[in-house]
Design a protein around this ligand. Structure first.
Ligand code: C5J
Length: 222
């Protein structure tokens, strides 16, 4: 057991590193790469790409210290039988899930855009969860994996802060996992949503969890 205390908002938090997993949400080409789906919708992907380097540093630490790393990808089966109509019909008719975008069919498993960016590519032994929804617990075996490994705290990273990161943190919090969201490892196309999204997690005494960053985590773990 190695217990560390991480500086965080609203207060420092103690975690046992043996019971902690690093969960990286949806760092997929379609959201992060120039020429991806996100950029084709007019978004500035550089706002998300700032999260890549801190995530890579965290990955490196986790791999060197035998910490559980879990990657998620948002997307659907090629026949889209797992995609609710209400989700598919959202947005502009020319840019919907399953349509052909700059890197293949949008949010469809197996397409180039659905893959995780090269800088954060999963390695053997790191579970990769394909999720049909925004939350990483919905219709996946994430909870089973975490319980089987005795995990009680999550270091959470990924995109976007206010959508899939937030949904996952809320789901995890309701299941009794303590979430420490690493703000510099997250990103949003809307800077004010990123800032407010992080504030919402730590507000009211940490209503959904704690907010810290990779620097504060790494200095606690050193
Ligand atoms: C994620 C989205 N990953 N914004 N998806 O946040 O649709």
């Amino acid at each position: 057991m190695t217990t560390i205390s991480i500086e965080a908002d609203p207060a420092p938090i103690e975690i046992d590193l043996a019971k902690t997993a690093f969960v990286i949400i949806d760092m997929q080409r379609d959201f992060l790469e120039p020429d991806g789906f996100g950029e084709s919708l007019g978004n500035d992907v550089s706002l998300l790409r700032t999260a890549i380097a801190p995530c890579a540093t965290m990955l490196n630490w986790c791999r060197g210290n035998n910490a559980l790393v879990i990657h998620t990808r948002e997307g659907h089966r090629p026949d889209m039988t797992d995609a609710p109509l209400a989700k598919v019909q959202r947005g502009s008719p020319s840019m919907r899930i399953g349509d052909t975008g700059p890197m293949g069919r949008i949010l469809i498993r197996g397409e180039a855009g659905h893959g995780i960016v090269d800088e954060l590519a999963p390695v053997d032994g790191e579970p990769v969860l394909d999720k049909p929804g925004k939350g990483a617990f919905y219709q996946t075996d994430l909870e089973l994996i975490l319980r089987n490994r005795g995990i009680d705290a999550l270091l959470v990273a990924g995109v976007t802060t206010e959508v899939c990161v937030h949904t996952t943190v809320r789901e995890a919090n309701d299941r009794g996992f303590r979430c420490i969201v690493l703000g510099d490892c997250c990103g949003s196309y809307f800077p004010d949503f990123h800032t407010t999204g992080l504030k919402m997690i730590a507000a009211q005494g940490g209503i959904f969890g704690w907010v810290s960053d990779s620097t504060r985590f790494l200095s606690a773990a050193a």
